[in-house]
Design a protein around this ligand. Sequence first.
Ligand SMILES: *Cc1c(COP(=O)(O)O)cnc(C)c1O
Length: 464
Amino acid sequence: MSDQKRPANETDPVLLPTFAARGITREIPKHKMAEESMLPDVAYQVIHDELSLDGYSLLNLATFVTTWMDEQGKRLLSETLDKNMVDRDEYPQTAEIEQRCIRMVAELWNAPDHENAVGTSTIGSSEACMLGGMGMKWRWRDKRKAEGKSYDKPNLIMGSNVQVCWHKFCRYWDVEAREVPCEGDRFTLNAEEAMKLVDENTIGVVVIMGSTFDGRYEPVEEVSKALDAHQEKTGQDIPIHVDGASGGFVAPFLQPEIVWDFRLPRVKSINASGHKYGLVYPGVGWVIFRDRDALPDDLVFHVSYLGGDMIDLSINFSRPGNRVVGQYYNFLRLGKDGYRRIHQTSQNVAKALSARIGEMPQFDLITDGSDIPVFCWKMNEDYAKTASYTLYDIAEKLRGRGWLVPAYPMPANRSDLVVQRVVVKEDMSMDIANMLLKDIERAVEYFEQRPENKPTDNADGFHH
Ligand SMILES: *Cc1c(COP(=O)(O)O)cnc(C)c1O
């Protein structure tokens, strides 16, 4: 039959049923682009369906990154999908909104002069950390040059619990990473251990507000005081960069009494992820420098803005402007009170859930969510001796119900210890938490009742 004789619904691409169309009746190309085009509805359906194999983000308790925004926030984000953040001259209001956010974040972190805040939005904390790290390296190098001293062996002090972006920073910018290892029940850096690693080539110390491994805050003020004492003795002025990827948007609301930010003169730069507890979908971070002196001239580029001049200090050129708009929406919509309520609610959920998990004889808590709303636990040591399963098995079992609750080893020197972690975010209600708890209990029961785990003569009381 020639095409002319076929009924219209077999030849007219508009009339073809989606699932009978080409591209669905054949496999889609995966290694090279096909020659022919595909109907948008069909391409949409194919990709949409494939993505249903991804984890469901509400149940993704592994990520720190925002998995829920309200309708108005989402609408603004989609209305501004076309904005390129770098086109400041062409999108001056988006640029203005970025500046307002920079001032607001600087004020939140007690910058000495937030009206003239120095900083930028970034694609995330990783880019922001690069900039903070470069600030430290450049300032150290300039000082060493001026003193006629060698500047070829810079080192940076950090805990072995740093996020991978700091290992990247050190590798990309040729800086030696000096790590404070974990010790016993200490899974973060402390002042005493950090000071043992300091020498004249130290460009700075990274202190984390909200360790990714267990959610704990590192002691910024204590490290700052130790560095004050060091300066008094040696004259060497070592700066602190605070990696507040998650805590930067939590501590100001939940623990205003903790002094970790620009209130400490030694803190020269701070980063945070707008897309973590800043409550925006992935694609925005912030770095703020204490003042213009904390930012070496070499790192500053000048761009045209409404015929004037504006400083540009990002690494990326083009990037989405809509995430910055989304950040401003949250600042405006929520205000400080809104952020406080949301994070307090998350923390209440984290504490309630961690308490219940801690009560289970099988587990021991390592953290309970009282710093950032993130907590982790390990297997009870006595119980683990006879248990025929591990936290990895629990994670796997939970995954069968859709929960993503990772198990992983702690960092250097305690990598023998495996923990399991939950990141509580805005969209995790108490009800969802209770469902998770039920599923954890069910998983434990399942493993304990497997034939290979039936009680033996030396039953330890945990088995039923
Ligand atoms: C998430 C995280 C980072 C990296 O942030 P991105 O925004 O994902 O690039 C850096 N440091 C810490 C402590 C983090 O938790």
